[in-house]
Design a protein around this ligand. Structure first.
Ligand code: ATP
Length: 502
């Protein structure tokens, strides 16, 4: 299991760097933290903003067919009735009555241990990339402990949701390692409830939105009526979403408060059309991820099999990413038919039909929905960017962020701090750069140490102002990834930044 400990080490190193350098802190840390919630520090808030700005620019500003929206987080509770979230937005959970721990039943796997055709017990494991090996190891241990002779049958893991009622009591709890304490799976609604208004009773219950998409659907008619859009068109939104996840885990990968970047693309209800448009969006999303610096070989796809689709869904493809803890969903791209709009039409009594000028017909459009988590994108970017290298016998930690994503674009470093003309010249350049970019100013310490500090937070370039700069008006430009240095003029520096950042 060397690979597992290696990826665990990488995750631990990333989490530690995030804390140490001010990217991400556990929320409410002075009160012991709060599971599933995180705070983004000075550098993290910059990265997050850069991700959102890049998405908005490419998704909304640089396209003629997509407009933006910023809807409220708390909406009329009937919206969640219509969308199916009140009745169906749940995960199956299972409790351990002894350890009081709670698991997602679809992330808990079990198998009978069969030796020479006799079931000698059960093993259970939590879902991860190594669960098969872990289960086989536990089964072999059980066989040895019970001194059973004969051949161990292959271990076939199944989700706890597929266990037969008589098996619940036989499957060991991951909390105690012993059978007898797990409950049957039960549905657990993931929406956070709150009350709106002075009265706290059944009638005042409202929900924190578990996705931003419904804000788009309930406003779609308003946007159409503003007259700027014609089928096919999209409405994009970035905003917070909340899910009371049973098992928040893997740092910011699965949290209880997170941000989504969602877009609903409305198309004609043409049977031949949606597959093409769905595929176009899958390609667009893959290209976008590459454009902000995710390596192609870490990006994959997971096409949901027909039998696992929600009843209204025609197709769903996830773009996956190879995180240090395994390949997981990053971006879901769903073909949702006209389910949401039809539901809102039925529940609100308002027509959701649109008149298509080109086709001269009225219909409820169908939608393609690419839905991406900001925090998950952050984690993918920092996992891909994180490198430990050996340079001249010393360890160098470097975040190889794409310049568009890096929190600081450039650091300005006067070679020495006790030479006023030199510091003044550096300040003048710093102020000029600051008007366009987030720039770091650092005067303290040996120049090599200052470079390393910038490497660790992912600053793509350092500019050093030295004695030659006073003579010939050029600076030393140092590249983060190659560590190469060259002389550059101010005009060339601005041209380079302009070209590389955007
Ligand atoms: P999962 O299966 O991982 O729970 P999902 O299929 O429920 O995700 P969607 O409802 O499709 O997720 O949400 C769209 C996107 O929002 C996901 O691809 C992911 O990037 C992000 N997302 C969803 N849940 C969370 C969460 N708890 N924490 C962080 N990001 C999330």
């Amino acid at each position: 299991m060397a690979k597992e400990s290696q990826s665990k080490n990488t995750m631990e190193a990333i989490v530690a760097l995030c804390k140490r350098r001010g990217f991400i802190f556990p929320s409410s840390e002075i009160y012991g933290g709060y599971n599933g919630f995180f705070d983004y520090g000075p550098l993290g808030s910059e990265v997050k903003k850069n991700i959102k700005d890049a998405w908005w620019k490419d998704m909304v500003h640089r396209r003629d067919d997509i407009v933006g929206l910023d809807s409220s987080i708390i909406m009329h509770p009937d919206i969640w009735k219509a969308s199916g979230h009140i009745d169906g937005f749940s995960d199956p959970m299972v409790d351990c009555k002894v350890s009081k721990l709670r698991y997602r039943a679809d992330q808990l796997f079990f198998a009978p241990v069969i030796v020479a055709d006799e079931t000698i017990g059960y093993v259970s494991v939590l879902e991860d990339n190594y669960m098969q090996a872990k289960a086989e190891e536990a089964a072999a241990k059980m066989k040895r402990k019970l001194a059973k002779q004969g051949e161990l049958a292959p271990i076939e893991l199944k989700e706890y949701t597929a266990a037969k009622p008589e098996e619940y009591a036989l499957i060991p709890s991951p909390g105690t390692g012993e059978p007898g304490s797990l409950t049957p799976p039960r549905d657990f609604n993931l929406m956070f409830e709150t009350n709106v208004g002075a009265l706290r009773d059944e009638t005042s219950i409202a929900y924190l939105r578990p996705e931003t998409a419904q804000g788009i659907f309930q406003n779609y008619k308003n946007v159409v009526d503003t007259g700027r859009v014609k089928i096919p068109f999209g409405i994009a939104q970035i905003g917070k979403a909340f899910r009371n996840e049973i098992t928040p885990r893997n740092f910011i990968f699965r949290s209880r408060e997170f941000e989504q970047m969602e877009m609903e693309y409305f198309i004609a209800p043409d049977d031949d059309l949606w597959e093409t448009v769905h595929q176009e969006w899958i390609t667009w999303c893959q290209e976008w991820l590459k454009s902000i610096g995710l390596p192609e070989d870490l990006i994959g796809t997971d096409v949901h099999p027909k039998e696992k689709l929600a009843h209204y869904s025609r197709a769903c493809t996830d773009i996956t990413f190879k995180f240090p803890f395994g390949e997981q969903e990053l971006w879901g791209i769903a073909a949702r038919g006209n389910f949401d709009l039809s539901q809102h039409q039925a529940h609100s009594g308002k027509s959701m039909e649109i008149f298509d000028e080109a086709r001269k017909e009225k219909y409820i459009p169908h939608v393609i929905e690419p839905s991406l988590g900001v925090d998950r994108t952050f984690l993918a970017l920092i996992s891909a960017a994180y490198h430990e290298e050996e340079v001249e016998g010393e360890k160098r930690t470097v975040l190889k962020f794409h310049p568009r994503i890096a929190p600081y674009k450039v650091a300005v470093l006067p070679l020495v701090k006790n030479k006023p003309e030199l510091v003044e010249k550096a300040q003048a350049l710093y102020k000029k750069l600051q008007r366009r970019y987030n720039v770091f100013w650092d005067v303290s310490g040996a120049i090599g140490r200052r470079y390393r500090r910038q490497d660790e937070i992912g600053t793509p370039w350092c500019v050093t102002i030295d004695f030659d700069s006073l003579e010939d008006d050029t600076f030393t430009l140092r590249d983060r990834d190659t560590m190469e240095q060259k002389r550059i003029t101010e005009a060339d520096l601005f041209a380079l930044l302009d070209q590389q950042i955007d």
